[in-house]
Design a protein. Structure first.
Ligand SMILES: [Zn+2]
Ligand SMILES: [Zn+2]
Length: 251
């Protein structure tokens, strides 16, 4: 494996006591990407060329607004807007109602035949921050596979954790299916699947008890682990941290 390994980061994430180590890592990656984009990097021409071309998805646009660097956002928007304005103008100029779309040879034919809509949707399919996070996240998942192969104690560390959210579990089982030998898979998958069943059962217990707690007869009973069961169950099923405060510039 030539790429950088994220062993320390992965160990920290597994030992963080979180509902999912990959949610935990993803949050760190996301916050550092926001800090990077709205730090001083937006004045560097390479970064701005990339943000002009790739743009930002709706989720990250909102995060950038909340982060709070107004001047930084304005600089990024100024040239991204120029890019969108010029490209969209050209797309609209070239559009002829009813005509078959004139596209490059290798471009997929738009399904509804509307090249303007196709261009806009294409722009919405990429995001500078998503991409920046995703490249590292993929290597972190690869590090998991590498660790399973090369570090015997690693699986014990996984067993001692609270497992994974269902969302990230898809990436994990896929990567393990591709990167591990038949024998390694036969050893690992029962461990991962048992853990997933056990952890989802635990979550079910927490969310069930939260509802019971709203019953008057249980009002004086202990909350057990159910006080934050809503946000943890949301995380366990779809990933992410719904209860996180807004991420803001600390300066
Ligand atoms: Zn997760
Ligand atoms: Zn994004």
């Amino acid at each position: 494996m030539k790429e950088k390994l994220y062993t320390i980061e992965l160990h920290d994430a597994l030992q963080a006591g979180d509902e999912c180590p990959f949610c935990w890592l993803e949050r760190k990656l996301e916050q550092s990407a926001i800090e990077f984009v709205l730090g001083s990097s937006y004045m560097e021409s390479d970064t701005r060329d990339a943000t002009d071309r790739q743009g930002f998805c709706r989720k990250h646009t909102k995060m950038m607004f909340d982060y709070g660097n107004t001047l930084g956002n304005a600089w990024i928007l100024k040239t991204r807007l120029t890019y969108v304005r010029e490209k969209l103008k050209k797309e609209m100029q070239e559009y002829t109602p009813g005509a078959a779309p004139k596209r490059g040879l290798f471009k997929k034919k738009p399904e509804n035949g509307n090249s303007v809509a196709e261009w806009i949707r294409g722009e919405e399919s990429h995001c500078y921050i998503c991409k920046r996070m995703d490249d590292t996240y993929r290597r972190m998942v690869d590090t998991f596979v590498y660790q399973v192969k090369h570090e015997p104690e690693f699986v014990d560390m996984v067993k001692a954790s609270k497992g994974f959210c269902v969302h990230h579990f898809a990436d994990l089982v896929e990567a393990c299916g591709e990167g591990l030998s038949q024998k390694e898979q036969e050893q690992l998958f029962p461990v991962l699947f048992d853990q997933m069943n056990r952890e989802l059962d635990r979550m079910q217990g927490d969310i069930d008890w939260m509802i019971e707690k709203f019953d008057y007869v249980n009002k004086d009973k202990d909350w057990k682990n159910s006080k934050d069961a809503v946000q943890r169950t949301m995380q366990k099923i779809v990933g992410g941290y719904p209860a996180d405060p807004v991420f803001r510039d600390k300066k």
